[in-house]
Design a protein around this ligand. Structure first.
Ligand code: AMP
Length: 286
């Protein structure tokens, strides 16, 4: 696997692939890779002759009280995993390479509406930072396909919207969430959990699954489900942020005609902020 830190080398590599008419699938990450990321690399091979990943902990998407400096960085393990998964190239730039004039005051990509709900309420500016870095990375790599995890459902929704609105020539593919056996979604932030917190954390998945069952049975008492979900999170030791039923396409409050819905939750436990979601098909009632 070729490891690339400079934009000029990235452009040269991508140009070589393009001239050879090789399709390119791209998987952006922040590193500290686990089997969730690995599943994205496997998915990428189905979509591109060449697979390229990036590792970049993007300061623009972290707020002042977020974990930017503490975010786990494990470059050697990450390189081994990417090598094992047959990734052709890793783009691993410095902050200075990505933001030569600094990340404050530079051009940003703003997605009104979608970015100030759910996680956006608790992490102001987060999705603007995500949208900006993803557009920069897509411009640099120019992939045919880019793969994102459904684990970060709001992020995936924001990116689909950006790509639509800006007519970016890339296909966005969502990949299913990889979970531990007890249901906990794999996340780099799980390593912040103590043993007791790790044992309590799957309560988030169980609460989402309980709401899914109610929705699939035709229940439309969203307020009741949301209250039940928040209570289950608090009971397990979370400091809940939200537990919401939304439409799967635009993250709007569902009406009786909406069939594809998603239940999303976020909460803090110990030092970790965890998010998760489950999609489901509610029976049509309208
Ligand atoms: P991150 O490194 O956390 O920014 O994640 C990089 C990509 O991996 C994003 O598209 C995430 O949605 C995806 N991802 C993270 N955790 C999982 C998981 N448990 N299952 C599937 N995809 C994941």
């Amino acid at each position: 696997m070729q490891t690339i830190t400079r934009i000029a080398e990235l452009r040269a590599t991508v140009t070589r692939w393009r001239l050879a008419r090789e399709s390119i699938a791209f998987v952006p990450t922040m590193g500290n890779l686990h089997m969730g990321h690995a599943s994205l690399m496997s998915a990428a091979h189905l979509h591109g002759r060449r697979v390229i990943s990036s590792i970049f902990v993007n300061p623009m998407q972290f707020g002042p009280s977020d974990d930017f400096s503490a975010y786990p960085r494990t470059p050697d393990d990450d390189s081994s995993l990417l090598g094992e998964y047959g990734v052709d190239a890793l783009f691993h730039p410095t902050v200075e390479e990505m933001y030569p004039s600094g990340s404050v005051g530079s051009t940003v990509v703003d997605v009104p509406g979608l970015t100030d709900i759910l996680c956006g309420v608790f992490r102001p500016g987060h999705f603007q930072g995500v949208a900006t870095v993803v557009v920069k990375l897509l411009c640099l790599v120019q992939p045919d396909v880019a793969i994102f995890g459904e684990k970060d459902f709001q992020q995936l929704t924001v990116i689909r919207r950006v790509v639509d609105d800006l007519n970016l020539p890339v296909k966005i593919v969502g990949a299913p969430t990889v979970r531990a056996e007890d249901g906990l979604a794999l996340s780099s932030r799980n390593r912040y959990l103590s043993a007791a917190e790790r044992a309590a954390a799957p309560a988030m998945y169980r609460a989402l699954d309980a709401a899914r069952r109610r929705l699939e049975a035709g229940d439309m008492d969203y307020a009741g489900m949301q209250a039940e979900g928040l209570a289950a999170l608090a009971q397990a030791g979370f400091r809940p942020e939200y537990f919401e039923v939304r439409t799967a396409d635009r993250l709007a409050v569902p009406t009786e005609n909406d069939v594809r819905v998603v239940v999303l939750a976020a909460g803090r436990i110990g030092k970790a902020r965890l998010i998760d979601n489950i999609q489901c098909a509610a029976p049509r009632r309208g």
